[in-house]
Design a protein around this ligand. Structure first.
Ligand code: GSH
Length: 338
């Protein structure tokens, strides 16, 4: 089996998502700390973590980013222990949950880390130290430069005084619905993990296991979620069976509650963002959860909606019926079923 090489860091939720995917799939990997890649390694067009180094069409090493298509590529290239359910209906729900983790829950991650003093102080000390040895003066300077840069980028994820309370309330509700689900089920879609589990897990490695403000919220309300984050980190010993997936025609109420929570906040944002991107608007102005929402448009998330709509449109009729039933009454329905 080919060994996969990547650069990633502990404070990068998408790096954690992919490392957990590789461990569960038992794909051998070699992890480089950013900046410590072997000489001559290619650099991606947009420097993002994680960056994978994979053979391109002509066999030369190519830098590849973006966790969602990479998970799908590895499903094709490595057999067994697949993260994507064989049922198209379940696979579609898995895509919704993965996208919510990657694109909405990351707002909470970025917001809490760079909006509160305790979190800024901790991140400013720890994150630069992942780069290697630093004396006190260097660490203070790099911590300040790093936090100044990230705080100036809060606007990209849409964290601002208008949206902050919406983001925080949604994080607390997610903890509650996930905690409730984990009382009876090991993973979102049954007894084995999907890509959606990893999408949520990646962000929660920071929210519920590193940054002090959101981790305290998880400690007070969601012990099972905290334990789950620790377990999902390394699932290489789990032996999944096909029968471990839920029956899409008979989904538990606790999963429907998770779909309701994710659709409540992320679906209206996807719709409003896509409208703003199409119109070339300067800002997305909408309501989420009955409260005003304002942020700059994000072209990538317009693509996310397009991909989800394509997957929905390709569903066989029976699967579509099951999906429609699962999403009825959730915010997701407006995006797909009307
Ligand atoms: N959609 C990408 C997102 C990757 C991403 O945004 N990575 C962040 C860190 S977790 C990053 O590298 N940001 C650029 C920077 O910090 O300079 C994925 O799923 O891999």
């Amino acid at each position: 089996m080919d060994t996969v090489s990547l650069s990633g860091a502990p404070g990068s939720p998408y790096s954690r998502k992919m490392l957990a995917a590789l461990r569960y799939r038992r794909i051998p990997y070699r992890l480089f700390w950013p900046g410590r890649e072997p000489a001559g390694y290619p650099v991606p067009k947009v420097r993002l973590l994680p960056t994978f180094y994979l053979p391109g069409e002509d066999g030369t090493l190519t830098a590849v980013t973006d966790s969602t298509p990479l998970i799908r590529r590895f499903e094709r290239e490595y057999s067994g222990r697949l993260l994507r359910p064989a049922s198209p209906a379940l696979a579609f729900l898995d895509s919704l949950l993965e996208d919510y983790g990657d694109e909405w829950l990351t707002k909470a991650m970025f917001h809490y880390r760079w909006a509160y003093k305790a979190d800024i102080d901790q991140a400013s000390g720890v994150l630069p130290s992942w780069r290697g040895t630093l004396d006190d003066e260097m660490l203070a300077a790099m911590g300040k430069a790093f936090s100044d840069r990230q705080i100036s980028r809060l606007r990209y994820v849409g964290s601002n005084p208008t949206t902050g309370p919406v983001i925080e309330a949604s994080y607390v509700r997610l903890l509650e619905v996930l905690e409730n689900h984990l009382k009876q089920h090991a993973f979102l879609l049954g007894g084995r993990p999907g890509a959606g589990d990893l999408g949520l897990y990646g962000q929660l490695t920071q929210l519920a296991a590193f940054d002090p403000t959101p981790t305290a919220l998880a400690a007070a309300r969601a012990p099972r979620v905290m334990a789950w984050v620790q377990l999902v980190e390394d699932l290489c010993g789990l032996e999944p069976a096909e029968a471990d997936w839920f029956d899409p025609a008979n989904l538990p109420d606790t999963l429907i509650a998770i779909l309701a929570e994710t659709g409540r906040v992320y679906a209206p944002l996807l719709a409003a963002n896509a409208r703003a991107v199409m119109a070339g608007a300067e800002s997305v102005e909408t309501e989420i959860d009955g409260q005003p929402w304002s942020q700059q448009p994000f072209a990538y998330q317009a693509k996310c909606l397009m991909w989800l709509r394509e997957e929905y449109a390709a569903l066989p009729a029976g699967d579509r019926t099951a999906v429609d039933a699962a999403l009825a009454g959730t915010g997701w329905a407006a995006l797909f079923t009307t």
